[in-house]
Design a protein around this ligand. Structure first.
Ligand code: GLY
Length: 375
């Protein structure tokens, strides 16, 4: 069954692309189509959009077949944008064109940024192919690229005219990638949907690790609930002056943990890092008792390690993790704040943190993991 979510200047369609996209295009007058995709999605979905005359730009070049939605974050750069803008000029795109971003989070962020800035902005749609992009990255108009080693340092807010999420793409994702997107679904449940959180608690972790284990209808249910939370938050606060900060739950620690492990032999996926980050942020910082969303629901500390292979964080990493947190662009005047879900859905508690608090939380996180391992 198809579902539609409406934002003030955008819509999100959940259902088979073969139905949702042609129906939407039927009432539009676009004269040119420019598809930005990645080599793996190109191989999985070549010609699947049925748009005669469309020009395609494949980030990373056309390569071997693989899994939809994979472009390394290292390609989310100004150099790649330059190639995309050059191809747009080469195709003589003008404002009657529609840019179609077909891929995972990197394609949504970078393709959207290129469309939003080319000739002062072309209409673009997001066709997310990864779970992470379907539930989070493709929705809400945060667009950007990495610059001088800083993630998403250059970017703009601009909503796509529409987002088309087709759960069929999930079948092509490996277990680790599915789990990565699932962390954002958990986040959305914890910040705004107690019923979704209940449902997550009833799932077997293996059912997420294997895309085929959950029925298509179950995936649609999870996506529907998760996208609903995301679209509600973005509608309330499109430019992150307030409640949208709640979408960063788990990400203040998570981004720093992800960056810390990135140059090691065993980097984390974004979702694994966010899962670890949610644990660190949900843990009590001062021994005064934990504040958990939804009436002290301490289940978060049991459920998350069940789904994610959380790893201990060595004491030697603590200073680097604090330094990375200080670099986050969301800090104001050098103060690091955690945006934590409060007792009511869609309510937020901002908590200032410090180097000492961060180290305490990391230590408690390690203790929690050790205790979980002993059970
Ligand atoms: N992914 C967080 C946000 O859209 O604000």
């Amino acid at each position: 069954m198809n579902h539609t979510f409406h934002l003030p200047d955008s819509s999100v369609f959940l259902g088979p692309l073969a139905e949702t996209l042609p129906a939407w295009l039927r009432n539009r007058q676009y004269e040119q189509f420019f598809i930005i995709t990645d080599r793996n999605t190109h191989a999985v979905c070549s010609g699947c959009l049925q748009l005669p005359g469309a020009v395609e730009f494949v980030v990373g070049g056309i390569g071997h077949a693989g899994t939809a939605g994979f472009v390394p974050e290292q390609l989310k750069t100004l150099q790649t944008c330059e190639q995309i803008w050059a191809a747009m000029l080469g195709a003589r795109l003008d404002r009657r064109a529609l840019v179609i971003n077909l891929g995972g989070g990197v394609i949504s962020d970078m393709g959207g940024f290129c469309a939003a800035t080319y000739k002062r902005g072309l209409d673009f749609v997001q066709l997310p192919t990864s779970l992470l992009a379907m539930t989070d990255a493709a929705i809400g108009g945060k667009l950007g690229i990495d610059f001088h080693g800083v993630k998403n340092a250059i970017g703009v807010f601009k909503n796509p005219v529409a987002v088309f999420a087709d759960p069929d793409f999930l079948k092509s994702l490996p277990a680790r990638e599915l789990r990565s997107g699932f962390a954002e679904i958990i986040k959305h449940a914890l910040i705004g949907d107690p019923a979704l959180w209940q449902k997550i608690q009833s799932l077997h972790p293996e059912s997420i690790a294997d895309g085929a284990a959950l029925s298509a209808a179950s995936w649609i249910d999870l996506l529907e609930a998760s996208i609903s939370v995301k679209t509600q938050v973005v509608t309330l606060d499109p430019h992150e002056h307030g409640i949208r900060a709640l979408l960063n739950f788990g990400h203040t620690f998570g981004h720093a943990i992800e960056s810390y492990f990135l140059p090691t032999a065993d980097p984390l996926t974004h979702g694994e890092a966010v899962a670890m980050g949610m644990l660190c942020e949900a843990l009590p910082s001062d021994g005064a008792g934990a504040v958990f969303p939804f009436e002290q629901d301490a289940e978060i500390l049991r459920i998350i390690p069940g789904f994610f292979p959380c790893r201990p964080i060595p004491d030697s990493a603590f200073p680097a993790i604090w330094d990375l947190m200080l670099q986050d662009k969301k800090n104001k005047s050098g103060v690091v704040r955690l945006a934590l879900p409060d007792a009511e859905p869609f309510s937020m508690r901002l908590q200032e943190t410090s180097r000492a608090d961060v180290e305490r939380r990391l230590r408690r996180y390690n203790v929690l993991l050790a205790a979980a391992g002993e059970k």
